[in-house]
Design a protein around this ligand. Sequence first.
Ligand code: URA
Length: 252
Amino acid sequence: MALAVIGEYKLRLDKYLTEMGIGSRSEVKQGIKKGFAKVNDTAVTRPEYKVNETDVVCWKGTPIHFVEYEYIMLHKPAGVISATEDTKDRTVLDLIKDAKRKDLFPVGRLDKDTEGLLLLTNDGDLAHRLLSPKHHVSKTYYAKVDGIMTEEDIRIFSEGFKVDDALTALPAKLTILNVKDDTSEIELEIYEGKFHQVKRMVHAVGKEVVYLKRLSMGSLVLDEQLKPGEYRPLTEHELEGLYAGSHQSRHI
Ligand code: URA
C-alpha cells in the first residue's frame, strides 16, 4: 500500500472511476449507463454526475476509494529502467504491484545499472520542485570506484569544475570512505542531476564508477530495510519533509 492523499474534490463520476483504474473512460461511461455505479447506495446512470469526498462510490457493489496522490519509495534494483513504459526493458513501474493510481512516474532518473532511492508519484508539483535546477535539491550517492580517489579530487569536486564539453559541475561534497588495493569507496553529494553525472565526474578525474547507489534525495533517505526491488509508502513525515525542503508548504 502506498501513502495515499485524499484532498477536497468535486469531480465527475466517470473521471473518478477512470482514475481509479476501473477501465477506459468509454468503458466506464458505458458501465455507468448500464447501472454498475452507485453513489451513497443509489444507482447513478449519468457519467457527468459530480461526486465529492464525502460520497461513497461503488462499482458493481464494491466500494471504490478515491486516491488523489500516491507516494512510493522504491529501492530500485539494477537492470530496470526509470521510465513509465518501454518496449524491451522492465521499468520501475512494472515492480509496483498494488498501485492505486495508474499515472505514477519516477521523479528523475537513475541509470539502468544504478540502484537505490527512487520516488514514484503522480504529484507533478512535488516532482517539479524536487527536479527544478533552481532548487538545488541535494542527492547523495554511494559508489565503488576503480582507481584511487584522492584529497585532490575532494578539492576539485568541492570547487566545481568543467567535467567535459557539456557539463560544468557545481561544487559537490566528496567523502572517501575507504581505499583498498586499486579501488575506492566514496560518498558523493551533488546538487544537480545531469545525465550520468556521478559517472562523468569520476571519469573526469581519471577513475571509473563500477557500482552506484543513490542514498538520499533532499530530506528523503533510502530505507535500508528495503531490499532492491522492494518498496513502501512514504510516511507523512517524509512527505512533509520533502515539501518543506523544497521551500514550499502544503496541507495534506
Ligand atoms: N549519476 C550517474 O552517473 N548515474 C545515475 O544513475 C545517477 C547519477
